[in-house]
Write a protein that binds this ligand. Structure first.
Ligand code: MN
Length: 252
């Protein structure tokens, strides 16, 4: 084989590689389009899940009597928590929102539109906290409840057992540094536990909340002082409203 034919073979090999690269690039282009579509879908999936509804900017009534969770959560804690803390978030919104583009929105839409918007961080924080507490009261039940058969099957599939879910929820909620929330969520059909800090909600990250536990100190300090894990163990063992979590799961 002459030097020239070796060169020609190398040239052909490069050309073939070039053609292969061009095909790969075009496939990458197609894949790129798919990625864009996925990103688009992700934007949609981080919209407010429809089952969460459109909450008004008024504080809903507590779904149980103030003394109904005693002794796990005392009457005094619930009275201050619902009557002062939760109420203040709605009162603040009443001052912050009129005259802004958010005035006619539901709480959920307001949260999505002010998320990561520094100019309206105060509206996001108060709307998030108003919404989170609405969800928290409904996540608690004075009487024992059980997950529906459908939710129980999903819990056993994704956590092994309800006991392990309790353990994971306590662990992640206890690990929230500073104020925040512990959650059971669903995303792409899979259950998981997560924490959010301050006023944040799971649906800004495309996750559908099924239940929550407040881990701001005002939620437990009068009853448990610094013992946040004790509060979490008591709440998960005795107060979780599985009817609420099941109804949410079945509406997904
Ligand atoms: Mn709270």
């Amino acid at each position: 084989m002459t030097a020239a034919s070796i060169q020609r073979r190398k040239f052909l090999a490069r050309t073939t590689q070039g053609a292969a690269s061009a095909v790969a690039a075009s496939m990458a282009g197609a894949a790129g389009m798919l990625t864009l579509d996925t990103a688009h879908a992700a934007t949609h999936s981080s919209a407010v899940p429809a089952y969460l509804g459109n909450s008004p900017l008024t504080q809903p009534p507590l779904p149980f009597a103030e003394n109904a969770l005693d002794p796990v959560i005392s009457t005094r804690t619930i009275g201050i928590h619902y009557g002062k803390h939760h109420r203040a978030y709605f009162d603040n919104l009443g001052k912050l929102v009129p005259g802004t583009p958010y005035a006619d929105l539901s709480l959920e839409a307001m949260i999505m539109k002010t998320y990561n918007n520094e100019a309206h961080e105060d509206i996001f924080n108060n709307a998030g906290q108003a919404w989170n507490h609405n969800f928290y009261w409904n996540s608690l039940s004075p009487t024992p409840t059980e997950p529906s058969p459908k939710l129980r099957a999903a819990i056993e599939r994704d956590f092994g057992s309800l006991d392990n879910l309790h353990e994971q929820l306590v662990k992640i909620s206890a690990a929230q540094f500073g104020s925040g929330w512990g959650w059971l969520v669903s995303q792409h059909g899979k259950l998981s536990v997560m924490k959010t800090s301050n006023a944040n909600v799971p649906f800004t990250a495309g996750k559908a909340p099924l239940l929550t536990i407040d881990v701001w100190e005002h939620a437990y300090y009068l009853d448990y002082q610094n013992r946040r894990p004790d509060y979490l163990k008591q709440v998960t063992a005795r107060l979780i409203n599985w009817n609420f979590a099941s109804a949410n799961y079945e509406k997904l």
